[in-house]
Write a protein that binds this ligand. Structure first.
Ligand SMILES: Cc1ncc(COP(=O)(O)O)c(C=O)c1O
Length: 451
């Protein structure tokens, strides 16, 4: 990505810069396409950044006006192996030339079976079996189907701050009213909500566990609950890490009551936290795991993996769909697994996480508006507040920082139930130089927005 015309002079030393802003943002070509979009695309598909991508490479993307950005949004966590990773592109192209679709249950193909073999071998569940879908929401909804068929129970328990998708059942499990749920009900029945532990805002792990146990007395009988669904690190919820004792407590409750423990790894999955699956940080074996996003470099593919007695429970043809387990996406996923192993992206995630956390903690000391720094591996976020004492969420300040950063060539994404967190979902292939540059720009943006 680096070319001679991107060489700048910083502090008297010649440096090669990745970020290259050539026009004011949005540039004329982006503006023109966005104006066309306004006329023909549904308004709810509102835009975070007023730039239109032309191409992506590694941790960068270049817009149609020739501006190059470092991309810390990573397609909302889909690009752990980087934009347009050459090995993945080649694998997908090769598959596309052979055939693109049959519907696996009509005419099966080997790549589906090979990917299932490799994922089940890697998943922290002995003798696991897999089923593939398209989006994360489908993996979650199908996990509930497996759990209901296995337990013959209807109810589902999800947590405050959870995000599990936007189709009816998963949206019912998602826990953010605006913008996701307001006005879109009625929601699916038999979804119960309990608090998620949060070291910064509370409740403590033991209080959240007590609330879960109380819910089985006051809200829904354990013998009617099919599944408890938990993200090891809440993604859209603001990168809130589940404490070890909490995850272990959930496992214990599931063991005592026959409830299926579903670990939603759609955002945490695939090396981002320093292990392939985030649940590997815990001494816990889940019953089902859901995956999507980075498993196929953003080519739509999701998976539900789990214990055979649960996955095998629904009757013949009770699970499926025309497009589920697309062979092009699966060929890409096999290449993604190779890239993660060969480039040791788990170790890279840990390294990037350590570097970023150190800087974020220094920012926290400098800027009183940074209330919390948290995360696991390279899945890190800062939380912005009006005041350290009251912890009043500062969503506007978070937007001001992301706006300043975008203008300077760094794309950052917000999250959190109050939309006041800024999260890192950078490709893990980010180079050391790009990391330095991105953090310098982020720091400048904090200075500009927070003073
Ligand atoms: C933890 C989690 N589960 C499920 C989903 C839904 O995935 P998708 O948007 O692919 O349907 C998301 C999306 O962000 C997620 O973060």
């Amino acid at each position: 990505m680096q070319s001679a015309d991107r060489c700048g002079i910083v502090g008297g030393m010649a440096t090669t810069k990745t970020i290259d802003i050539r026009t004011e943002i949005p540039g004329p070509r982006s503006r023109e396409i966005i104006e066309r979009k306004e006329r023909v695309v549904a308004d709810p598909l509102s835009l975070t950044f007023p730039i239109v991508i032309d191409r992506g490479e590694g941790a960068t993307l270049t817009d149609v006006d020739g501006n190059t950005f470092i991309d810390f949004t990573g397609g909302v966590g889909c690009l752990n192996v980087g934009h347009s990773n050459a090995r993945v592109v080649e694998a997908a192209q090769e598959q596309l030339e052979r055939f693109s679709h049959t519907d696996f249950t009509i005419v099966p193909y080997e790549v589906y079976v090979t990917l299932a073999e490799r994922l089940c071998e890697l998943a922290p569940i002995p003798n696991a079996k897999a089923a593939f879908f398209n989006a994360g929401t489908e993996a979650v909804e199908n996990a509930i189907k497996f759990a209901r068929s296995h337990t013959k129970r209807p109810a589902v328990i999800a947590f405050e701050g959870a995000f599990h998708g936007r189709t009816l059942l998963s949206l019912s499990m998602t826990s953010k009213t605006h913008p996701y749920k307001a006005g879109l009900g009625p929601f699916a029945p038999e979804v119960y909500r309990v608090p998620f532990p949060n070291d910064y805002r509370g409740p403590h792990a033991f209080e959240a566990l007590a609330a879960l146990e109380r819910a089985l007395v006051t809200q829904v009988a354990a013998e009617t609950v099919a599944a408890i669904v938990i993200e090891p690190v809440q993604g859209e919820g603001g990168f809130v890490v589940a404490p070890k004792e909490f995850v272990e407590g959930v496992r214990r409750i599931c063991d005592e009551t026959g409830i299926v423990m579903v670990v939603d790894e759609v955002q945490t999955g695939f090396a981002r936290t320093g292990t392939l699956f985030a649940i590997e940080h815990y001494d816990v074996e889940p019953d089902l795991i859901t995956l999507a996003k980075s498993i196929a470099m953003g080519i739509p593919l999701s998976a539900t993996i789990g214990k055979p007695e649960i996955i095998d429970a629904p009757g013949d043809s009770a699970i499926g769909g025309t497009y589920v387990g697309n062979p092009v996406a699966q060929a890409a996923a096999l290449a993604v697994l190779d890239v993660i192993a060969e480039e040791d992206l788990c170790a890279r995630a840990t390294f990037l996480g350590d570097q970023m956390r150190e800087r974020m903690v220094a920012w926290q000391e400098r800027f009183p508006q940074i209330g919390d720094v948290r995360g696991l591996g390279a899945m890190l976020a800062i939380e912005l507040v009006e005041d350290r004492e009251t912890k009043a969420p500062a969503a506007d300040l978070a937007s001001a920082v992301t706006d300043e950063a975008a203008r300077r060539g760094l794309l950052l994404l917000k999250s959190g139930i109050y939309s006041n967190c800024i999260r890192v979902l950078t490709p893990l292939t980010l180079s050391d130089a790009e990391l330095d540059e991105a953090l310098a720009v982020w720091e400048e943006s904090l200075e500009a927005a927070l003073g």
